[in-house]
Write a protein that binds this ligand. Structure first.
Ligand code: PEP
Ligand code: MN
Length: 358
């Protein structure tokens, strides 16, 4: 897949792109008041609002539907924003196109369902409208890529991915755990696919948003989608995570924007030198791992000769405990070393297994 650059479909030269607006379109007044305040900031490129809200339980605020599309047309006229809304089925998509919505997005609850994504893609055949695809609710990169592919196969190249975190059943401070390795893997597989982070749905509460937004930028994400409402306390959905436009302004001002690349020869030179150092260290590391594997082979042979089982629980517990202690003494993260030991141990079992079966 080859994707169009973000700057080819959005009126923004500056990254990060900022998308903002309320979780849900509630009334013409709410939309216009919020949009005007956002417009004054001069840093929002795209105005978002949910017209149909996918709610976990029935009887919650499910959005105003088609009526809200007329209000959004008014926002576009009054404030000059391009507008983006969520579409979850063919009908939504047809209406969005009918009312001239500029950019569509597919929500997390829709990306999980290939039937729904496909019916949206079918409506979009031959239509030139950008589409942003949120990650599915659960941590399944293939399903995320599959959703993007379905849209791409309908002929659209103006596509962005939105990272909004993943449902996590265990204890976590996030509403949706970011699991940053997943968007990183997506970037690795599709380097030209723009990725936008949605810190609002990752955080679930205002206080966490700046931290998540900064992390997203530090990882080189291309934009932020942040929910805002002129008065979040009366919002009909996601009240705890919406910012006032003023709060959004403060948050954006506090972000450190790092350059993806530099043309400064001095900086490049220094970076090159530091990377050489890493190359040497990795070379050493691989040689050490080779030495370790050879020692493991000897242990495997010895165990075979003396008819001893490969896995020795006490030894494994001792390795984990001592290595974590050694790491801590050197100021290295315990967790990091425990993970590394796990990897080494898995390989060690495999090597010994091979020896036993020879
Ligand atoms: C939203 O953006 O308001 C929304 C419903 O998000 P998600 O699909 O990420 O839950
Ligand atoms: Mn929301």
């Amino acid at each position: 897949m080859q994707f169009a650059a973000l700057s080819s479909w959005l009126p923004t030269k500056n990254e990060p792109l900022v998308i903002s607006g309320p979780c849900g379109a509630e009334s013409p007044e709410q939309l216009l008041t919020t949009a005007k305040q956002l417009q004054e900031l001069g840093r929002v490129a795209l105005f978002r609002a949910g017209v149909w809200k996918p709610r976990t339980r029935p009887n919650a605020f499910e959005g105003r539907g088609e009526e809200a599309l007329k209000w959004l047309a008014e926002v576009k006229k009054e404030c000059g924003f391009q507008i983006t809304i969520e579409v979850a089925n063919a009908h939504h998509t047809e209406l969005a196109l009918k009312y001239g919505i500029d950019v569509l997005w597919i929500g997390a609850r829709t990306t999980v369902n290939p039937f729904s994504v496909q019916e949206i893609a079918d409506v979009l055949k031959g239509v030139d409208v950008p589409v942003m695809v949120k990650n599915p609710i659960h941590a399944d990169l293939q399903l995320w890529i599959g959703g993007i592919e379905r849209i791409y196969n309908s002929g659209i190249t103006k596509i962005a991915a939105i990272h909004r975190g993943f449902h996590y059943y265990g204890k976590t401070k996030y509403r949706n755990k970011p699991m940053w390795q997943i968007p990183i893997e997506l970037r690795t597989q599709f380097p030209d696919l723009p990725i936008i982070c949605d810190p609002s749905h990752i955080s679930g509460k205002k206080e966490l948003i700046p931290f998540v937004a900064q992390k997203a930028l530090d990882l080189g994400m291309n934009g932020l989608m942040i929910e805002s409402h002129y008065n979040p306390s009366i919002a009909l959905s996601d009240a705890e995570q919406q910012l006032t436009p003023k709060e959004l302004d403060k948050l954006l001002s506090g972000l450190i924007i790092r350059q993806k690349k530099t043309g400064d020869a001095f900086v490049l030179d220094k970076l090159h030198e530091l990377r050489n150092m890493i190359d040497e260290i990795d070379d050493e590391l691989i040689n050490v791992i080779k030495k370790r594997s050879q020692a493991i082979e000897q242990i495997g042979t010895y165990k075979k000769e003396h008819n001893i089982t490969i896995f020795q629980l006490e030894r494994w517990q001792e390795i984990l405990r001592t290595r974590a202690q050694w790491a801590e003494k050197l100021g290295i993260s315990r967790l990091h070393i425990e993970r590394l030991c796990q990897l080494l141990h898995d390989e060690s079992i495999k090597i010994q297994n091979d020896v036993m079966n020879k």
